[in-house]
Design a protein around this ligand. Structure first.
Ligand code: BYC
Length: 332
């Protein structure tokens, strides 16, 4: 290293004052303003955001599977077209979120490797099978409904690229929830067999949908810090309660029951009380032992391998473009 470079480095080190950078970061958070990719941020902030945003991206693309399973069996051409559009939206959500995660410094292939080797989590809900057409309704109404409850506050996440990605995602999720609601409404107001099918789907998806909000607050190691950093705005239990309060009247309009005998309006709290969820089941599912974990992951890895030629072609195209640009520059 030359003396000049050494002196320059020394100057940079002198100028870069971690305490000042931390104070600036704290001021931005305190001001409820936004951190952008080039801003200094504490390592732990970068790490937890990379974790949350990439797991969110993984959930979006794994979440395509239960619904894609029903595209060929949709009951009409119109329903097929709507379902296809929805599944494509989920792929798009995955892309926005991987792009947001990459701005934090971890390349996409590393994030995907973490998913494919089982190191990274994705939402527990997608490890349950979609057994009937009514499940498309229950997934839209309950799963996308829970997603909206959880994700609208994330539009104000302190990390700019994540918050901005969430704005678009939430708009699309609202459409998804409406299409699920409409499927269930048609079935629950259809023949007795159709109504039974709708009720069965709600019975199976209700508990797992409530678990999407994460473990109870006293078993959520990340919540407190994520809320202090304005990544999460509400705790897992707060959002779960908001969701329960929202779906009870909706279930009444659907003329379907929610499978919880403890569900009751609590005048004092101004909220619905609900029964204890099966947390052993939840922790089993996120450890990889749910009904469909192995199948979902195997299918994802297979799809990734099948797409190798696309990535190779894109790389080759980029190489040729670069070579052509360099040649033009050399001639000029
Ligand atoms: N499933 O400290 P906690 C969609 C993990 S996609 C699996 O509370 P945090 C859709 C958690 O990661 C929906 N794992 O964590 C797509 C942590 O483990 P690690 C996806 C879960 O981060 C297609 C540990 O448990 N939504 O809607 O503060 C079709 C302790 O938890 C789950 C998002 O990703 C779970 N349910 O809070 C249709 C939203 N819950 O990482 C629909 C963004 C917790 O320490 N993410 N864990 O090993 C979040 O809002 C938060 O990350 C969570 C968890 C509320 C999920």
């Amino acid at each position: 290293m030359s003396d000049t470079v050494r002196n320059l480095q020394q100057t940079v080190d002198d100028v870069f004052d971690t305490d000042a950078a931390q104070a600036y970061f704290d001021a931005i958070i305190g001001d409820d303003s936004r951190i952008e990719p080039r801003d200094w941020m504490p390592d732990a902030y970068r790490k937890t955001l990379t974790r949350q945003v990439s797991q969110h991206a993984h959930s979006e693309i794994i979440g395509m599977q239960p619904e894609a399973n029903w595209i060929t069996r949709a009951p009409s051409l119109k329903r097929k077209a709507i379902l296809m559009a929805k599944v494509q939206d989920e792929a798009g959500h995955g892309l926005y979120l991987y792009s947001a995660a990459e701005t934090l410094g971890t390349p996409r292939d590393v994030l995907l490797e973490q998913l494919h080797t089982g190191k990274a989590k994705y939402s527990s809900i997608f490890n349950y099978p979609a057994r009937s057409w009514a499940d498309m309704g229950a997934i839209g109404w309950l799963v996308d409904g829970a997603a909206i409850c959880n994700q609208v506050p994330l539009c104000r996440a302190s990390y700019g690229p994540y918050g901005r990605a969430m704005v678009r995602i939430c708009k699309e999720e609202s459409f998804h929830q409406r299409q699920g609601w409409e499927i269930l409404y048609e079935l629950s107001h259809g023949t007795p067999a159709q109504k039974r099918m709708a009720q069965d789907a709600v019975n199976r998806f209700y508990g797992p949908a409530l678990q999407m909000f994460g473990p109870p607050d006293d078993a959520s190691p990340n919540s407190q810090q994520s809320m202090a950093w304005n990544i999460k705005r509400f705790s897992n239990d707060e959002l779960r309660q908001r969701f329960v309060d929202m779906i009870v009247p909706q279930a009444e309009a659907l003329e379907l029951t929610l499978p919880d005998p403890d569900l009751a309006w609590n005048e004092e709290r101004g909220h619905y009380d609900y029964g204890e969820l099966d947390w052993d089941e939840f922790f089993g599912v996120i450890k990889g032992n749910g009904p469909c974990n192995a199948q979902r992951l195997a299918r994802r890895v297979e799809a990734h391998e099948n797409g190798a030629w696309v990535r190779e072609a894109a790389r080759e195209y980029a190489r040729k473009q670069q070579a052509a640009t360099a040649e033009t520059a050399a001639v000029a």
